[in-house]
Design a protein around this ligand. Structure first.
Ligand SMILES: [Zn+2]
Length: 241
C-alpha cells in the first residue's frame, strides 16, 4: 500500500458505518481529499479530537482503492481562541464551507491552502470580520471570476458607481441603475483587496462596512457555486438573535 504524508485543514467530516468518519480535508499538496479515520468515534480513539473541523493536521495516509485511510494524525495548529468564541468560530465555519463548496477533489491548490491557513490564523488572533470577505475576494481571483469594481460593467464609466449586480460581473454606475446598492467605502475596500492591500483594509475598515462586505461575500460565493451556503444563516442567527 503506498503511504504518503500530507498537511491538511479539516473542512468537515461525516459518519461512516459504526465507528468511523470520513474526513474532508484541504491538503497542501493534493488539494481536496476525502479520507477515512477508522474508529474515530470510539471514546478511546487514537485520533482524539485532532480531526475536528478547522484543525491543521499533519497526516500519514495510505492510498485505498476508493478512499484513502488516515493512519496517523498530529495536530499542528488548533486555534484555541477561535474555538472559544462563537463569532470567530462561525466565521471559520463559513470559510471551511466556502472552500468545500468551491473546489473539487483531485486538483492541487497550494495557494488556496496558504490562504485558508492564513485566514484561520487571522480569525484566531483578531476575530476581524473582514477576514471572510477578503478571503472570498482572493478566492474569486484564484478562480478567475473576480468581479469588476473600478468601472461600470455596462458602460465603462468610472463615475458614480453605486450598485453591484453579481450576475453581470461587477459594479454599475448611476446611469445604468440596476442591482443592489453598494457603498463607496465597501467598493473601495474591494478595490484595495484586489490590489493586495488586504492588511490596510483589515485595519482601517469600519464595522458597518465590514458587515456590508461580509453579506456581499456570501452572495458572491453562492452566485459562483450556484449553491446556498448554510454557515451564514447559522452565524447571523447566533450573532443577532
Ligand atoms: Zn454605467
Amino acid at each position: 500500500m503506498p503511504l504518503y504524508r500530507e498537511k491538511g485543514v479539516v473542512l468537515r467530516s461525516y459518519k461512516l458505518g459504526e465507528a468511523d468518519r470520513i474526513i474532508v480535508l484541504l491538503t497542501q499538496g493534493r488539494g481536496k481529499v476525502r479520507a477515512v479515520a477508522k474508529g474515530v468515534r470510539r471514546t478511546k480513539s487514537k485520533f482524539g479530537s485532532r480531526l475536528e473541523a478547522a484543525s491543521v493536521v499533519q497526516l500519514q495516509l495510505y492510498e485505498g482503492r476508493n478512499l484513502d485511510i488516515i493512519t496517523q494524525a498530529e495536530r499542528v495548529e488548533s486555534f484555541s481562541e477561535l474555538r472559544a468564541d462563537f463569532g470567530r468560530y462561525g466565521r471559520a465555519a463559513l470559510l471551511l464551507e466556502i472552500v468545500d463548496s468551491t473546489i473539487v477533489e483531485g486538483e492541487s491548490n497550494p495557494a488556496l491552502f496558504k490562504m485558508l491557513t492564513g485566514a484561520l490564523r487571522e480569525l484566531d488572533r483578531t476575530g476581524n470580520n473582514l477576514v471572510v470577505p477578503a478571503f472570498v475576494a482572493k478566492l474569486l481571483v484564484l478562480e478567475g471570476v473576480q468581479p469588476r469594481v473600478d468601472s461600470c460593467v455596462s458602460c465603462g464609466s468610472t463615475e458614480n458607481l453605486a450598485t453591484i449586480q453579481i450576475h453581470e460581473g461587477g459594479v454599475l454606475c448611476s446611469n445604468c441603475p440596476r442591482g443592489e446598492r453598494l457603498s463607496t467605502a465597501a467598493r473601495l475596500a474591494l478595490v484595495d483587496i484586489f490590489a493586495n492591500r488586504v492588511r490596510h483594509v483589515l485595519e482601517t475598515t469600519p464595522p458597518a462596512i465590514a458587515q456590508e462586505l461580509e453579506t456581499l461575500a456570501a452572495r458572491l460565493v453562492e452566485q459562483h457555486t450556484e449553491r446556498r451556503l448554510r454557515a451564514p444563516s447559522v452565524l447571523y442567527e447566533q450573532l443577532n438573535p
